[in-house]
Write a protein that binds this ligand. Structure first.
Ligand code: LRH
Ligand code: MN
Length: 430
């Protein structure tokens, strides 16, 4: 397996951190043992935790106003995979990449799969794209794609999704994520029921083309690019469609796709209860679909979401197998650094949720002891699990301090030599 960061450099960096880590880890072990928790068992759970990286997150993101590219921007999926492998080499919990088509389209998918294999990476859910018009595309998605009033445009959008399934099969993926921007900007512009009926007609054709072991992830979003109504606007519409389509169809929760203050952890609990939780696009936001770094603003909400996920694991909820993915846009940071940080923050939420005394919580819930119930969650959240995350990385051959090792490697500066900047700034999310 090719490692793009010099392993000796990582080992040297780890040597500087090892003594302090061991002291912190041993101290935490004593604290957890007092609560009847075995730190080694928790560390083993942390070591198998995985969150996929979005290929489109490795380039500098932008907004509709502007995009300010950094140095050494990846120019194609092969360079994006190189950057993803650097993230995984250091944090050891991002072993798969979620590609986006046609942004990541190649002529030879077996060559792409080999390149990923060589870097120790697999492919997670495939993302289709009928929210942009491609240069050679005969029909425009200006007024929608899978829900367009024109049967020809719908057929074009369905065909693209069927192509994505074929490309995904070649890459070893087993899921297709369908997010469409279809909606309206004016009251009266769309007939809501007929528009959703067109969506279901198109989605049934895509569903029918899924290989047996595949899943179809429906991603809801409150608004943007449509600003009056969005066809798959909320989890309710998404789960109704997933139930209508069949057992392979589930609802994917992108944290930024909800109105501020929506109780996302309860939406997650509902989707788990009805076996319709596809997984997540983790990110954070303050206003809209800001695609900010996961856990950067609302780490407690992310922890509460993982409380529901760990509870399902603990109760061995039938059919519980969510896909964890990041979906972020990095406008002012080095994307690799933000993805390293975010992968660790998502893993941190998971490990903190493992420390919740679930039986005590159930007792307080049954006895309506609200304060002790919420304090049981806070007690776990307030534990600094950094030594467990670092020990997990160390034991998996990664970096105790990933950002320190990454900066010490000079990787960004070295790829900047190989990847001449395009110089153009332009605008748009990617
Ligand atoms: C839509 C979305 C979707 C992706 C896109 C890049 O906002 O979250 O998941 O296709 O971002
Ligand atoms: Mn998303």
């Amino acid at each position: 397996m090719t490692k793009l960061i010099n392993s000796d450099l990582v080992a040297a960096q780890n040597d500087k951190q090892l003594q302090a880590l061991q002291a912190d880890y041993d101290h935490l072990a004593v604290q957890l043992a007092r609560r009847g928790v075995d730190i080694v068992a928790i560390t083993e759970r942390a070591k198998v935790f995985q969150v996929a990286v979005p290929s489109w997150g490795t380039g500098t993101g932008g907004t509709r106003f502007a995009r300010f590219p950094g140095i050494g921007e990846p120019r194609n999926i092969f360079e994006k995979l190189q950057d993803c492998s650097v993230i995984n080499q250091l944090v050891c919990c991002t072993g798969s990449v979620s590609p986006h088509f046609p942004w990541d389209k190649v002529d030879d998918f077996s060559e792409l799969r080999e390149a990923a294999d060589d870097l120790g990476l697999a492919f997670d859910a495939i993302n289709s794209n009928t929210f942009q018009d491609q240069p050679s595309q005969p029909l425009s998605y200006k007024y929608g794609s899978l829900t367009h009033t024109s049967e020809a445009v719908r057929a074009q959008a369905v065909a693209h999704n069927l192509e994505c399934i074929e490309w995904g099969k070649a890459l070893g993926s087993t899921a297709l994520t369908v997010w469409i921007g279809d909606g309206s900007n004016f009251a009266g512009q769309s007939h809501f029921q007929r528009q959703l009926e067109r969506y279901l007609e198109s989605a049934r054709t895509i569903y029918a083309a899924l290989p047996d072991e595949w899943s179809l992830f429906l991603e809801h979003k409150m608004f943007e690019p449509a600003f009056y109504s969005t066809v798959i606007q909320d989890w309710g519409t998404s789960v109704l469609c997933a139930m209508e389509l069949g057992e392979k169809a589930k609802s994917l929760v992108d944290l930024g796709h909800h109105a501020p203050n929506v109780n996302i952890e309860m939406i997650v609990a509902r989707l788990i209860q009805f076996g319709k939780l596809a997984g997540f696009h983790f990110n954070d936001s303050k206003y809209g679909d800001d695609d900010l770094d996961s856990g950067s603003l609302h780490p407690y909400q992310q922890f509460l979401i993982f409380n529901e996920l760990v509870d399902a694991e603990y109760r061995q909820q039938p059919g519980f197998n969510p896909a964890y993915m990041l979906d972020q846009s990095h406008n002012v940071t080095d994307p690799i650094e933000s993805l390293i940080n975010s992968a660790e923050e998502v893993q941190r939420s998971y490990v903190k949720a493992l420390l919740i005394d679930r039986e005590a919580l159930y007792g307080f819930q049954e006895s309506n002891d609200a304060l002790m119930a919420t304090n049981t969650l806070k007690a776990a959240f307030n534990i600094d699990v950094s030594p467990i995350l670092a020990m997990a990385r160390l034991q998996l051959g990664g970096a105790i301090a990933p950002l320190t090792s990454y900066r010490a490697s000079g990787y960004r500066q070295s790829v900047a030599q190989q990847r001449p900047s395009t110089g153009e700034s332009g605008s748009g999310i990617v």
